[in-house]
Design a binder for this molecule. Structure first.
Ligand code: S3P
Length: 183
């Protein structure tokens, strides 16, 4: 069985847009862990954060990651904080080729202007600086969770998806060796 494909990366790195294109090209189903949490809770991610708090959101996210990773032939777009928990990374790497879509803080700022759906995105004069700090703190988590890194901002989504698929195939051909070595 071919491994799944999981996309990790910061908010607005294009995981859902690129992931959907990859799923069509690979003939895999597409799953988004934020959407799984929303379906399960009947609330938006923002509402879950506001009403139940971030720790509860993270628990639901772990359940979503584990459920998604156990499926076969899926492309999974993970939430930007999913890789912070080693348990999530383990679940993903056991069954998925994990690709990090990297973007700069400037690109995130541009892409999320006016976005109110993401509770961890701040507004106001300090927003850009804080976003840079958060991305800096997370960068090493994304890199160590991933089998491959793809630039998520220099090309159009279709071209980025092609690079992700090439990276996926490059790792997938070595999949059984990699699993045997526990990498
Ligand atoms: C989060 C990213 C969001 C969502 C939640 C928390 C994060 O997903 O899971 O708002 O901690 O970075 P996207 O990366 O899809 O925006």
């Amino acid at each position: 069985m071919a491994p799944n494909l999981a996309l990790v990366g910061f908010m607005a790195s294009g995981k859902s847009t690129v992931g959907r294109i990859c799923s069509e090209r690979l003939g895999f189903a597409f799953l988004d862990t934020d959407k799984l949490v929303e379906d399960r809770s009947g609330m938006s991610v923002r509402e879950v954060f506001e009403q139940w708090g971030e720790p509860r959101f993270r628990e639901m996210e772990t359940a979503a990651v584990e459920l998604a990773a156990m499926r076969d032939r899926v492309v999974i777009a993970t939430g930007g904080g999913a890789v912070l928990l080693p348990r999530n990374v383990e679940a993903l790497r056991a069954r998925c080729v994990v690709v990090y879509l990297s973007v700069s803080p400037q690109a995130v700022m541009e892409r999320t202007e006016g976005d109110t759906s993401r509770p961890l995105l701040e507004t106001g004069s300090e927003a850009a600086r804080r976003l840079g700090v958060l991305l800096g703190q997370r960068e090493s988590y994304y890199r160590s969770a991933a089998h491959a890194v793809v630039d998520g901002q220099s090309e159009l989504p279709a071209a980025i998806a092609q690079r992700v698929i090439s990276a996926y195939r490059g790792v997938a051909v070595r999949w059984f060796d990699l699993q045997g070595r526990g990498t």
